[in-house]
Design a protein. Structure first.
Length: 401
C-alpha cells in the first residue's frame, strides 16, 4: 500500500485547479477537441513540459510526465515507472489522484487510457506537437507520437499547443503570487552576485553562491542561468566558465528562479570592481529608460508592436541599437507572448491582455552588436497598467574590488 502522506511543497489551490480545468475544457469544446495529451519531455530546464505542469501540478524535479486530459472524465497522469515514481507524485500534489506508471512507453500508455475513455475515434489534441515558444518543430518525441497514431488508427490528431497556451497566457491571482515568489528568489541571486563577485574570483564560484541563494530559500532546480563576463560581453553563455574576473568586467545575465514550477527571471548587468565605467552606466540607464517607457503603456488592448516601436524610437539619436527580444512571457515555462524587433508586423499586431506576465528586458547594443547591457524585471498587465513583480532597485551595480 502506497504511503500518500503529502510533502510540504508549494501548492496551488483546488479552486485554482478547477478554474483552469474548466477554462481549458471550454476552449476544447470551442475547438472540437475531445482529449489532450501532453509531451513528456524535460528539455530546456523543464520549460517544454509546461502543459503537463499546468494541467496536473506534476512534473517537479525535471522528471518526465504526461497528462491525458479528457473534455469529460478523470484526468490521468503518467510517470516513468510504477511504485516509487507514482508514490512521489501522489505525495507531491493533491490535484490528480489517478497516476500511473508508463514504463517509459508513453505513446502506448496514453493510447490505452484514451481507449478506456471511449475516445479512440475522437479528436486528440497534442500539446507540444508544433509551434512551441522557441521550439517551432514541436517537442513531443517522434516515437511517442508514432505509437499514439499506430494504436489509435481511427482517431484524428491536431496540434493543441495554441489551445493550452491561450489559457496559460492569462494568469490568475494565485499564479501571479507564485511568480512574485519566484521573482524574489531571482532577485536574491542578483544580490548574491553583487555581494560576492570580485576581481580574481572564478566565475563558477560566484555562480554557485547565486544558485545557493535561491535554493536555500525554497527555490526549485533546474533553472536557466545565463551569463557572460568580460570587458565587452555580447551574449550570455549557458554555463559559468573557469576564467577569473578582471577589474571592470561587465556581467550580463538572465537569471531564472522557480517557485512551485512557476518560473520568473531577473536581468541586471553588473560591473565587477574598478572605477565605474562610463559606457556601462550610459547603456544601463538607457535600458532602464526604455523599461520605464515601455511598461508605462502596457495596458490591455495595446499591441505588442507599439511597445517594440517605442523601444526603437527611444534609442533614436543615441549611438546605440536595440537588441532582438524586448519581452517574453513567464509562467510554467516560457509562456507567450514573446516579441521584439525581429517579429513580423502581423505577429506584432497581437494585443496585451489583463493577466499577461512578461519579463521586459531591453538590450542596449553597440552598433556592431559586439557589446550589450540591459536590465529587466517581470511585470503583470492589469486593467490599470503594468505592475512590477520585483522589488529591487533597478540601478547600476559596481561591486567592490
Amino acid at each position: 500500500m502506497l504511503n500518500t502522506e503529502s510533502f510540504d511543497l508549494p501548492q496551488l489551490s483546488l479552486t485554482e485547479r478547477d478554474r483552469r480545468w474548466q477554462r481549458v475544457r471550454e476552449v476544447m469544446d470551442e475547438r472540437g477537441v475531445d482529449c489532450l495529451v501532453t509531451a513528456p519531455t524535460t528539455a530546456k530546464w523543464g520549460d517544454y513540459q509546461g502543459d503537463t505542469r499546468y494541467l496536473s501540478h506534476v512534473g517537479d524535479g525535471n522528471c518526465e510526465a504526461m497528462v491525458v486530459f479528457p473534455k469529460k472524465g478523470d484526468v490521468t497522469v503518467f510517470v516513468r515507472g510504477s511504485g516509487p515514481d507514482v508514490e512521489w507524485e501522489l505525495k507531491a500534489q493533491n490535484w490528480v489522484r489517478e497516476i500511473r506508471g508508463a514504463g517509459r512507453m508513453w505513446g502506448h500508455a496514453a493510447a490505452q487510457r484514451i481507449k478506456e475513455l471511449g475516445l479512440e475515434r475522437g479528436t486528440i489534441g497534442i500539446c507540444g506537437l508544433a509551434g512551441v515558444c522557441r521550439a517551432p518543430e514541436g517537442v513531443i518525441p517522434y516515437n511517442t507520437m508514432k505509437n499514439l497514431m499506430d494504436d489509435l488508427p481511427r482517431a484524428k490528431f491536431s496540434n493543441a499547443t495554441p489551445l493550452t497556451m491561450s489559457v496559460r497566457m492569462i494568469k490568475s491571482a494565485e499564479e501571479v503570487a507564485f511568480l512574485e515568489k519566484a521573482t524574489a528568489l531571482a532577485e536574491c541571486e542578483v544580490a548574491a552576485i553583487a555581494a560576492t563577485a570580485r576581481p580574481g574570483m572564478h566565475e563558477y564560484e560566484v555562480h554557485a553562491e547565486a544558485v545557493y541563494a535561491a535554493l536555500k530559500r525554497g527555490g526549485e532546480s533546474p533553472c536557466m542561468f545565463r551569463w557572460r563576463a568580460g570587458h565587452t560581453p555580447e551574449r550570455q553563455a549557458w554555463v559559468p566558465t573557469h576564467r577569473r574576473f578582471q577589474p571592470g568586467d561587465i556581467i550580463i545575465d538572465e537569471i531564472d528562479a522557480k517557485w512551485g514550477g512557476y518560473e520568473s527571471q531577473a536581468v541586471h548587468a553588473i560591473q565587477v570592481g574598478g572605477d565605474p565605467r562610463a559606457d556601462y552606466l550610459e547603456m544601463f540607464e538607457l535600458s532602464r529608460k526604455v523599461f520605464d517607457h515601455v511598461t508605462a503603456i502596457m495596458t490591455p488592448g495595446v499591441t505588442w508592436g507599439e511597445t517594440v516601436r517605442l523601444y526603437v524610437e527611444t534609442l533614436k539619436g543615441t549611438k546605440y541599437s536595440p537588441g532582438t527580444v524586448l519581452f517574453i512571457g513567464r509562467g510554467v515555462g516560457e509562456d507567450e507572448p514573446m516579441a521584439g524587433t525581429n517579429n513580423s508586423p502581423e505577429f506584432l499586431s497581437g494585443k496585451f491582455q489583463a493577466g499577461n506576465v512578461v519579463i521586459v528586458k531591453p538590450s542596449i547594443c553597440t552598433p556592431d552588436h559586439s557589446f550589450s547591457v540591459n536590465v529587466g524585471d517581470p511585470v503583470v498587465v492589469t486593467d490599470s497598467g503594468a505592475r512590477r513583480l520585483g522589488k529591487r532597485d533597478l540601478s547600476p551595480i559596481v561591486t567592490e574590488g
